[in-house]
Design a protein around this ligand. Sequence first.
Ligand code: RTP
Ligand code: MG
Length: 147
Amino acid sequence: MERTLIMVKPDGVQRGLIGEIMTRFEKKGLQLVGAKFMLVSEELAETHYAEHKGKPFYEKLITFITGGPVFAMIWEADNVIALTRAMIGKTDAVEAAPGTIRSDYAVHTNLNLIHGSDSPDNAEREISLWFTPEEIVSYERTLARWI
Ligand code: RTP
Ligand code: MG
């Protein structure tokens, strides 16, 4: 069973899309094991996006992600990283496939509503960065065998 870090970014929170985004993942059959509404510190933003340090959009990205509350979640399922990346769509809303979250709701690359871990290594790194072990809740779902 795989886990991934998903975050509704400040633009998604401001636009009232937390519920819509959670609904998509719930209906897909993914299991929620962690969630919190929070402000992102400069330090967390810089560690989270360390791989982008030095790129032309980096400063703007840090300002954006620390600029308002976000809703961070951990979702669990087989292949959940690939599944959620597919549901989120490409970074640039113009290139995102119809039916994806970014295609359906976003217009700009830098206001693209949602983050999802892109590899097992990054998922593990991001989950331990955003959540303490006590904030992650494992539980049995009786319906899980039907998904
Ligand atoms: P994310 O990490 O947020 O899930 O997005 P991603 O994998 O689709 O894209 P990534 O390449 O990791 O970039 C991280 C975020 O930086 C902003 N960005 N702006 N050319 C640009 O202006 C540009 N490129 C990337 C986006 O907010 C992107 O989600
Ligand atoms: Mg990324």
